[in-house]
Design a protein around this ligand. Structure first.
Ligand code: PEP
Ligand code: MN
Length: 458
């Protein structure tokens, strides 16, 4: 079959409906005690306005098609889990600033255009490696993200509560509203490149490099203005687009937010521009893949060490049967020690099948360890090691290392160790705030962007 045009309308997939996933086995879904309560909440959500629009999801797919063709780079980042407790305009602004800074470093340093996607405005539900969590003699159900239950280690907090879905919807709506204001209202204009600088990053080498780059960008904009081309009236310079994404895990919520697009007649998930299936729920015979195959949004597929080439090909056939450029982003997360072994077979399988995919590196999830203090952490050097292995595998296979997927925040947290600030294991408890996995802080994120720009230039 010849590839469809980017963003072409997808007809409803055979046998698919927004609730067809309910007929299949599903992993990682909470046990809600009160089914009637859950149904009432889902009915309310079905009446709520969409958070994103089909046309925006199509625009993202067109941008991702450019990544698949090797003409752009995908930068996807944000919290592992958004939380009700950390919800604050400053937190959103700071995450956005770091994402914009990283993008500028890549655009300026590597001369590539950057597709910006946040893990935000809906990234609430978490898969867990165990359904229960033990502290001493006490065993409780695991925390599954603020959209399901609460983090406190009490039975009451851990009971899944459907009402939380309404709060997650409200927080996602407010977050997206702020993101839209920042990105379209002038704050993300390149002329404000200096304003995105975060003071607490301090006198690190990366902070100096960033200010250097910002000064040269300002100079270039000044030159353009002197030539009569005003940056602030040039859309590509005055505005930017930041798309939203989350793991489509809590399927009842996702189904309630799935709507028909009046323009194309296709079904879209209207809770995020891109949604992905996690490494633990990507069985093609099960509910999560069933749900995803029928929506027309661009999709992500998390690929960990247990995914073999045959399973991978089956997933590509299920999730991207029409071979639409930009439809499928494969987010690989093998760990520093696994990337050289696991990535090349998938790249070759894709080539044999004639598939053009977006390949993004998630250097976080295969590199998680428990520190001496008992906190989950990731060492910056191992994160870099996986990125390096990702680039090496793509160079050897002649494919495009298309993107980076990171858990990061604009806050000055102490969750990952290493980096030029040399964050230590002993320092982790000082500002360890994540509800789930450890994130890069602003300084570490910026440092990673510079190293990436360097790597992309080679
Ligand atoms: C995540 O992205 O937070 C996550 C759980 O990833 P994975 O499905 O790759 O383990
Ligand atoms: Mn995570």
């Amino acid at each position: 079959m010849s590839p469809a045009a980017p963003g072409a309308a997808t007809l409803p997939a055979p046998g698919w409906s927004p609730d067809s996933w309910r007929r299949l086995p599903a992993r990682q879904l909470p046990d809600f005690e009160d089914a009637a309560h859950l149904s009432r909440v889902e009915a309310r959500l079905r009446g709520y306005p969409p958070l994103v629009f089909a046309g925006e999801a199509r625009a993202l797919q067109a941008e991702l098609a450019a990544v698949a063709e090797g003409r752009a780079f995908l930068l996807q980042g944000g919290d592992c889990a958004e939380s009700f407790a950390e919800f604050h305009p400053d937190t959103i602004r700071d995450s956005l600033r770091v994402l914009l800074q990283m993008a500028v470093v890549l655009i300026f340093g590597a001369g590539t255009s950057v597709v910006k996607v946040g893990r935000l405005a809906g990234q609430f539900a978490k898969p867990r490696s165990s359904p229960v969590e033990r502290q001493g003699e006490v065993e409780l159900p695991s925390y599954r993200g603020d959209i399901v239950n609460a983090l406190d280690f009490t039975l009451a907090a851990r009971r899944p509560d459907p009402e939380r879905q309404l709060q997650a919807y409200a927080q996602a709506a407010a977050t997206l509203n702020l993101v839209r204001a920042f990105t379209e209202g002038g704050y993300a204009a390149l002329s404000r490149v200096h304003d995105w600088y975060l003071g607490f990053v301090g006198e690190t080498p990366q902070a100096r490099l960033y200010q250097d780059a910002a000064a040269r960008i300002s100079e270039a904009l000044g030159f353009m203005a002197a030539c009569g081309v005003s940056g602030d009236s040039t859309p590509a310079v005055a505005r930017t687009r930041v798309y939203t994404s989350h793991e489509a895990l809590l399927l009842g919520f996702e189904e309630a937010m799935t709507r028909v697009d009046s323009t194309s007649g296709a079904w879209y998930n209207t809770a995020g521009h891109l949604v992905w299936v996690g490494d633990r729920t990507r069985d093609p015979a099960e509910a999560h893949v069933e749900y995803l195959r029928g929506i027309a949004n661009p999709l992500g597929l998390k690929a960990g060490p247990s995914l073999d080439p045959d399973g991978f090909v089956r997933l590509c056939d299920a999730l991207d049967p029409r071979r639409e450029p930009g439809r499928l982003t494969v987010i690989t997360r093998f760990g520093q020690d696994g990337v050289a072994r696991h990535l090349p077979p998938l790249l070759r399988a894709a080539r044999r099948e004639g598939r053009r995919l977006v390949w993004a590196c998630d250097p976080m999830h295969g590199n998680t360890v428990t520190s001496d203090s008992g906190l989950k952490t990731r060492r910056f050097e191992r994160i870099l090691g996986e990125v390096e292995g990702f680039f090496a595998a793509h160079a050897a296979e002649g494919t495009h290392p298309g993107g980076l997927h990171v858990e990061m925040t604009g806050q000055d947290v102490t969750e990952c160790t290493g980096g030029s600030g040399d964050a230590s294991d002993a320092g982790l408890p000082a500002r360890y705030r994540t509800h789930c996995d450890p994130r890069l802080n602003a300084a570490q994120s910026l440092e990673l962007a510079f190293l990436l720009a360097d790597r992309l230039r080679r």
